[in-house]
Design a protein around this ligand. Structure first.
Ligand code: F6R
Length: 615
């Protein structure tokens, strides 16, 4: 939620800020704004409600004088509607100070009242303006931007990243973070701040983390970090492993289309360096330690949305391979229900962004209760891995489209690697069994390429169905989370009613929804995988008999499905556990194409933001 960028360097801040906002727009697109300290030393701002293009148009109409210091913001509205007035930056100290914010200041009502009583005037309905006015007042007393922000953050409750600059200190941007993301970009004669590295990867691949409750000051030639008490903190540098082109559309019509095309690569890169001679190599688990992993008696997977569905797939595999009970829970439910956690519980969090507040809170809670924590994350330098004992990074590359696609297959891959490693440690699979599964996993990228060849057919189907008002998805075993994922994609992208069900649950209620013409996608298990296949084929017959239009995702050559389905989308042969990595892709394509057929923006669906950094 909300993208933040800050810059100090050469007189090109508008170019840097707008480039950063373009790459961060996926985080929120209710409004956007920039402020710069121009060469005459004055703060000037432009801000507009709506997508970033509105700000681009505004800047074309009313250009902003360039300068060496600036901040920019793209907003996902929390307090106050998406209007020009509520757009950031907000001003303090009679317009001499500009401030942007990501998060929620929970005690803003009480602070606002205090400021009103002191005679301050507010121009917006946001919680952010409270911080701008408070830092402005503190500045009048201390004359130091760093000190003013430090004093104010100690009075704020909730989650926030704040960036602030003041006319009296040109060449300085000060930032603070608590439970909300902020990373530093280290340049040559210029430095950057961003909600994530995408904000500045065009200019530098050297980055540094900012820990919880820390304040950073960037100048052209220096970066200093302290904690909220003012004690200095050492910089923890890291190299960004992808370049700016990875975060560009690269000729594709949408980021989502590009990212679906990268699903094979996402799996391949997540495997890279982690399988060797038929075994799994996961040095990342060292901080937890083999003895602890051997001794765990329960795993709790916490995640939200698509990441939670990846977790559900992982549960089937980890339980089968490593014989440890696994529960999968939505992070926001887990955190507040007083779960039983012990020093023999491993909590695995899954998050593409690594910033999802619900998941971060669940991880913190688990640690406080003495559980071990492992993060599966796609974003380097993100908060959740930093809160965890160990991290397995998925190497899917930057995911810009709001709807998650390539991260899903990468997350399953990481979970499978972990499951196989755990099985090895616990002796529940022998070396040959592990090698067989490693081979299956290594063959997935090639098979995914074959699945992508069905894109044209799925696009045609979606375009015929542009007026469909409801679609159901059925799956069984590992196909069940795939059905849930297919339904989620359709809801969020095409804004139509969609639901996923476990196929076995059909007769316990959902079959009542079937009426003539109802479209139902069925994820069919392979006929080679035992007893589930005939059961799902029976389900297809039951709904077909009631008039459903069935689109089956089935293994190539599955002759039993053909007579009963209206359409069959073939997927290559794979072991049962590996089918979801293949069968999900047609559903990703379908959601995207149906949204496109309806003329919708597939990269930025309404009301959403890519990283949900508020609870
Ligand atoms: C759906 C989607 C969301 C995310 C969820 C978790 O397409 O993208 O459901 O999966 O918000 O996000 P992360 O993985 O960043 O924690």
């Amino acid at each position: 939620m909300c993208g933040i960028v800050g810059y100090v360097g050469a007189d090109k801040s508008i170019e840097v800020l707008m480039g950063g906002l373009r790459r961060l727009e996926y985080r929120g697109y209710d409004s956007a704004g920039v402020a710069v300290i121009d060469t005459a030393g004055h703060i000037d701002t432009r801000k507009r409600a709506g997508k970033l293009q509105m700000l681009v148009d505004e800047l074309a109409e009313r250009p902003l004088a360039n300068g060496a210091t600036g901040i920019g913001h793209t907003r996902w509205a929390t307090h106050g509607g998406p209007t020009d007035g509520n757009a950031h930056p907000h001003l303090g100290d009679d317009g001499k100070l500009a401030l942007i914010h990501n998060g929620i200041i929970e005690n803003f009502n009480e602070l606002k009242q205090e400021l009103l009583d002191a005679g301050e005037t507010f121009f917006s309905e946001t919680d952010t303006e409270v911080a701008a006015i408070m830092v402005g007042r503190a500045y009048r007393e201390s004359g130091s931007l760093y000190e003013s922000l430090r004093v104010v953050v100690n009075r704020l409750e909730g989650a926030f990243t704040l960036l602030v600059m003041h006319e009296n200190e040109p060449g300085v941007v000060v930032g603070a973070r608590r439970n909300s993301p902020l990373v530093i970009g280290l340049g040559d004669g210029e430095n950057f701040l961003g909600s994530d590295v995408a904000a500045f990867v065009e200019f530098t691949r050297r980055a540094a983390e900012i820990g919880q409750d820390q304040i950073v000051t960037i100048r052209q030639d220096s970066v200093t970090v302290t904690d909220f008490a003012g004690a200095p903190v050492d910089l923890k540098e890291f190299e960004i492993s992808w370049d700016a082109s990875a975060a560009d559309k690269g000729g594709w019509s949408s980021f989502m289309k590009k990212e679906i095309s990268e699903e094979p690569e996402a799996v391949a890169k997540t495997l890279l360096g982690r399988v060797h001679d038929g075994a799994v190599v996961l040095d990342e688990l060292t901080p937890i330690g083999d003895d602890v992993l051997k001794g765990i008696d329960r795993i709790a997977i916490v995640a939200c949305g698509t990441a939670a569905y990846a977790g559900m797939v992982g549960k089937y595999a980890i339980e089968q391979w490593a014989r440890v009970p696994v529960d999968v829970e939505l992070s926001h439910e887990f955190r507040y229900r007083d779960p039983v956690l012990t020093e023999r519980t491993l909590v695995i969090s899954i998050s593409q962004s690594g910033e999802t507040m619900d998941t971060m809170m669940a991880v913190k809670y688990a640690r406080e209760q003495g559980a071990h924590t492992l993060s599966i994350c796609n974003t380097q330098g993100a908060s959740i891995p930093r809160e965890s004992d160990a991290v397995i990074y998925t190497h899917a590359g930057p995911e810009v489209a709001v709807a998650s696609t390539k991260a899903f297959v990468a997350q399953i891959t990481a979970l499978y690697l972990f499951g196989l490693k755990l099985a090895e440690l616990r002796g529940t699979l022998d070396a040959a069994e592990i090698a067989e599964n490693v081979t299956e996993l290594s063959n997935i990228p090639g098979k995914l390429e074959q699945v992508l060849e069905t894109s044209g057919k799925i696009a045609e189907l979606a375009h015929w169905m542009a007026n469909t008002r409801s679609v159901l998805f059925l799956g069984r075993h590992v196909g069940y989370p795939v059905a849930l994922e297919g339904a989620l994609k359709l809801k969020e992208l095409a804004y139509i009613h969609a639901e996923g069900f476990a196929a076995g649950e059909l007769k316990h209620g959902p079959i009542a929804l079937i009426e003539p013409g109802q479209v139902v996608f069925v994820v069919v298990p392979s006929p080679r995988q035992g007893s589930l296949h005939p059961k799902v084929v029976s389900n297809i017959q039951e709904i077909r008999a009631r008039g459903a239009r069935v689109i089956a995702i089935a293994e190539q050559g599955d002759a039993a499905v053909l007579p009963h389905a209206d359409e069959v989308i073939p997927i290559p042969l794979a072991g049962r556990m590996f089918e979801p990595l293949l069968s999900v892709v047609p559903l990703h394509i379908f959601g995207m194409e149906l949204a496109a057929a309806k003329g919708l923006d597939v990269d930025q669906p309404r009301n959403l933001a890519k990283s949900v950094t508020v609870e």
